[in-house]
Every structure is written in structure tokens, then in C-alpha cells.
Design a protein around this ligand. Structure first.
Ligand code: CP3
Length: 345
């Protein structure tokens, strides 16, 4: 019996044995695709995010080209700070600039109320509904959002950061303000994820992209407790995927937050992670994204090596260990797709 991509994806989340793992790629819609660059020459990134028809088109671009098992909504984690009243743009030199830096209790209190977020992000609901219709149930549809900690880093640092000094200062010197901000973000994200689920998301990935810069003993207070609250507020058994870059020492704690899947970065040996984690938690990953900038032969060799290392283990979603890079080659992505979809357990 041949499974639809959506069924294969959901079966992997549930740890059901499969002939091959489902495949999708973080940032699968983006600058490495000529059709994406062509659209972006006509509209800005933020216009594409805010226009449901454009967001739908960009979401579907990689699926037209490659036999991927899941579509991920084209959007950005920073739509949440924006909906709370702190806008953002891209610096010409690369990276994010927020409209201002947030670090006082008065500024936290001046943000929009969390319950205003779903209305302000209604364009996301519209995009999801359009994508869902186009997919006709064949592919899994993933929603996503940033973790409260990762969003707070952008809000408090005022954009992308190298040292994360301001957010850490806030965490250590004014825990009341830090907690008030993370509480508000947590409530907003819960409402946002419920909106995504109501409009067709089959699973949701939480990006804790900066979880790895927190001192080990503070990871719980600064990031994981808020993620746990989000998962607890979503429908029981709804598949939540957690991607927390650079947090290998915390994988076991993450496995007990209630998330269904842990997305693991490329620095871990995924087969060891699989053997170490409880069987009811699936793993996602974890080729080094840079491999897609090399050659198809190298991609085939390394993807096969990962598939063989995972042979016989259940609960694996094939992906990269972080987002695909702008210099990734189309022929390398094709080699990855051919290798994973042609493999048999
Ligand atoms: O995976 C997907 O295909 C879905 C789309 C997606 C984007 N951003 C599109 C995007 C997702 C899931 C994100 C999440 C996101 N956004 C994260 C967490 C993921 C991670 O990589 O850890 C973060 C930290 C952001 C914030 C953000 N947005 C950054 C740091 C950047 C890069 C800025 C730069 O220096 O160029 C973006 C821009 C962005 N988000 C692009 C895309 C396709 C590139 C925009 C462009 O120039 O075309």
C-alpha cells in the first residue's frame, strides 16, 4: 500500500514503522530557488508574507519542483513581535532590525494585548486556508512560530545580535520584566498556534533558534518552561516539533515537554539521539545544510549514510540540521530528494 505524503509524515510523528522517512527541508522556500528570487524582484519579503496569494505561491514553489512530503507556511517568526506593536525590517548589511529596543516594564506593558494577535495575523489564516485547498490533503501542512525566548532576543536586542548581552542582562537583573515579556509572548503564541491549527496546520514547528546561547542551568527558566506551557495549551496529541539549535545537552528535558518531535541540529549523531530518547518522541534531521552547497555525489553519500544509520528505527523525519542556505544548489537538493524517496527500510 502506498501512503500519501501527509499520512507518511503523521505516521513518522507517531513513531509508526515506515518504508522510508518523510522528507522536508527547513527554509525549503527561499533564496536558493530561482523562482523565489524572481518573485522577490517584484515584491518585498514582507509583502510576500502579508499577501495570502503570494505566501501561498512561495509555499508551493519547492513542492512543484521536488517530491517533498510537507509544505511549510511561508512566513516569519517576527510577525508576532510585529503584531504586538514592534515592527521589523531587514538591514542592508544582512540581519534583522527591530523598530526599537525593548527593555523596560513600561514598554512591555505598552505592547498590544496578546489576544489582539490572531486578528492582526489574519493574513496567515487566509494563507493557510489557501495552501490547504491547493494541497488537497496530499501533503502535510506545517505551521510554525518562534519560541518566546527566541522572539524576546530580537525584541530586547533590537534585532539580530552577536553577544545577546541585553537579553541576558534583562534575564539576570530584572526577572520581573523578563517574565512579563515572556508571559505575554507565550499567550500570544498560544493564540497564534490555535489560529494556525483552526486553519489547517497538520503540525507546528517551534523555532528556539537561540536556545543554545543560554547558560545550561538557566535553559529551563529562560526558554523551556515557556515552550512547555505552549504545548500544554494546544489540543492533546497535536504534533508539535521543537527545533532548538545548539541545545544537545537539553534534548532529554525537551523530550518531556509534551512535544511529539525533536528537530536535531547537525552537530549531533542522530542515531545516538534516537537510541537515547524515549520511543514516543520522534526525531527530525539532521544533515549539515552546507552539504547542499557541495556536489550531488556528496549529498547522495551523506544522505545514504544517515539513512543507513537510522535503519530499523521508527520515528524519523528526514530534514537538515538547520535551514537550507542561499547558495545551496538545485542539483544537490534534487540528489537529496532522490536519495531519501528512493530508499527502503
Ligand atoms: O522554512 C521555511 O521555508 C518557512 C519559512 C521561514 C522563514 N523564516 C522565511 C524566511 C521560517 C520557518 C522562518 C523562521 C525564522 N525567521 C527564524 C527561525 C528559523 C531558524 O533559521 O532558526 C528566524 C531566526 C527568523 C528571522 C529571520 N528572518 C532571519 C534571521 C532572516 C534572515 C535575515 C538576513 O540576514 O537575510 C529572515 C529572513 C527570511 N525568512 C528569509 C526567508 C526565506 C530570507 C528573506 C529574503 O531575503 O528573501
Amino acid at each position: 500500500m502506498s501512503l500519501s505524503s501527509r499520512d507518511r509524515f503523521l505516521a513518522a510523528c507517531a513513531g509508526t514503522p515506515l518504508e522510508r522517512p518523510p522528507l522536508w527541508v527547513m527554509r525549503q522556500a527561499g533564496r536558493y530557488l530561482p523562482e523565489y528570487r524572481e518573485l522577490k524582484a517584484k515584491s518585498s519579503f514582507l509583502q510576500m508574507v502579508r499577501t495570502p496569494e503570494l505566501a501561498t505561491e512561495v509555499t508551493l514553489q519547492p513542492l512543484r519542483r521536488f517530491a517533498l512530503d510537507a509544505a511549510i507556511l511561508f512566513s516569519d517568526i517576527l510577525v508576532i513581535p510585529e503584531a504586538l506593536g514592534q515592527g521589523y525590517h531587514f538591514r542592508d548589511t544582512g540581519g534583522i532590525a527591530m523598530e526599537y529596543r525593548l527593555d523596560t516594564r513600561a514598554q512591555v506593558d505598552a505592547l498590544a494585548p496578546a489576544h489582539a494577535v490572531p486578528d492582526r495575523l489574519n493574513y496567515v489564516a487566509e494563507a493557510l486556508a489557501l495552501i490547504k485547498k491547493e494541497l488537497r490533503g496530499t501533503k502535510a501542512l506545517l505551521g510554525f512560530g518562534g519560541s518566546p525566548w527566541t522572539l524576546a532576543t530580537y525584541m530586547v536586542e533590537g534585532g539580530s545580535s552577536d553577544d545577546f548581552e541585553r537579553i541576558k542582562q534583562l534575564f539576570y537583573t530584572d526577572r520581573g520584566t523578563f517574565d512579563a515579556l515572556l508571559e505575554k509572548l507565550t499567550t500570544a503564541i498560544i493564540a497564534y498556534f490555535k489560529l494556525q491549527i483552526a486553519h489547517g496546520a497538520d503540525a507546528i514547528q517551534i523555532f528556539d533558534s537561540w536556545g543554545g546561547i543560554i547558560a545550561g542551568p538557566d535553559y529551563e527558566a529562560a526558554s523551556l518552561q515557556w515552550i512547555r506551557r505552549i504545548v500544554a495549551a494546544l489540543p492533546p496529541d497535536f504534533p508539535v516539533i521543537l527545533y532548538a539549535k545548539g541545545t544537545a545537552p537539553h534534548l532529554t528535558d525537551q523530550a518531556f515537554t509534551g512535544v511529539r518531535v525533536l528537530s536535531v541540529d547537525w552537530t549531533c549523531d542522530l542515531a545516538i539521539v534516537r537510541r537515547t530518547l524515549p520511543a514516543n518522541v520522534a526525531v527530525q534531521g539532521n544533515l549539515d545544510p552546507v552539504l547542499l552547497n557541495t556536489t550531488p555525489a556528496i549529498v547522495t553519500r551523506e544522505a545514504t549514510r544517515l539513512l543507513e544509520a537510522m535503519r530499523g528505527s521508527n520515528g524519523h523525519i528526514f530534514n537538515l540540521g538547520h535551514g537550507i542556505m542561499p547558495h545551496a544548489k538545485i542539483e544537490c537538493m534534487q540528489a537529496l530528494v532522490d536519495t531519501v524517496t528512493g530508499w527502503k527500510n
